[in-house]
Write a protein that binds this ligand. Sequence first.
Ligand SMILES: [Zn+2]
Ligand SMILES: [Zn+2]
Ligand SMILES: [Zn+2]
Length: 330
Amino acid sequence: MSATPQRLELRFPPVENGLDYLVDVTNRLTTPPGVDPTPRDLKYAVRSLQDVTETLLKARLRQEHWALVFAKPDGASRAQYDQGDFVTCTLTETMGRLQKIAGLALPAKGVAAVKRLARDRNALAHWGLTSNAAAIEARAAAVLDFLLVFLDTHLLPGLSAAETAEAETTMNLVRSQLRGITAYVDKRTDDIRSVLAPLTAVTVECPECAQPALVAGGGQPACRFCLVAWQDPAAAARDYAWIVRGQTPDDRVEGLRPVQLCPSCEEEALMLEAATVAAQPDTVRLCLGCGTDHTDTKLDSCEGGCGWLLPTDFPGSLCDNCTTAAWERF
Ligand SMILES: [Zn+2]
Ligand SMILES: [Zn+2]
Ligand SMILES: [Zn+2]
């Protein structure tokens, strides 16, 4: 991961400017049925969408206090703010401050969609187009959806009547275009429906495109929607746990690590809480590597408190690491 370059904030685009960008984004993404947007349009749409997201979220942060858009608010000065001469906070910091300082409830799915968009932008800028157009459209649609609700709930109430009226007009335009983009995503979803129908028990939400199309098994979990395939099932399981369920390796599910070693294929890809298409909103214990459902497999947890399950038929109640650690204490 490269360091985020220091950015100077040179101007304060008002909310209307942000909304104009939104129209540009939807214009680029709206194409006739069966026609993909050009790679160039996708690239600029993603770039504009990230800019507009940043502009609109920061506009709300400014309503809270102008100093909050500084990278370091405790060193903020009004003179620098008025001249626009300061290093501004990142998009991730902006979302964190909106939640922690302004006390806004931002939907986890929306926050995840914005973060994925940032990755899209880096990927498009550095390596060209790697995902397919449908996946990028799906992700862009998720961000647009989040922004429209955010504008309504959190930003427009702080604007003047005239500003609100203008914003509403633009938002209606964006809403109608968003329906076109969503229709495109739905079309692709329809196309893969028959492929996915017999696989609901081993299909979960894809951490890359947020569509319920990531199919476990075969040692190489792959998404039928965005066509991303993971060479390493363990990495796919970590991505799913973190991006879809918000679980880090330090989190515990009933005292256990969210991703475990699979007793069948011995990959560290057994997800303790997999919301498969068949099981949701409930979860099952599913291995992304081999696709085995271990919900009913009897597996004991190590009594050493390490959070690992013991392999099947393991002799003893402590895993090897905890046994070693216990001996070292003597
Ligand atoms: Zn996907
Ligand atoms: Zn497995
Ligand atoms: Zn242990």
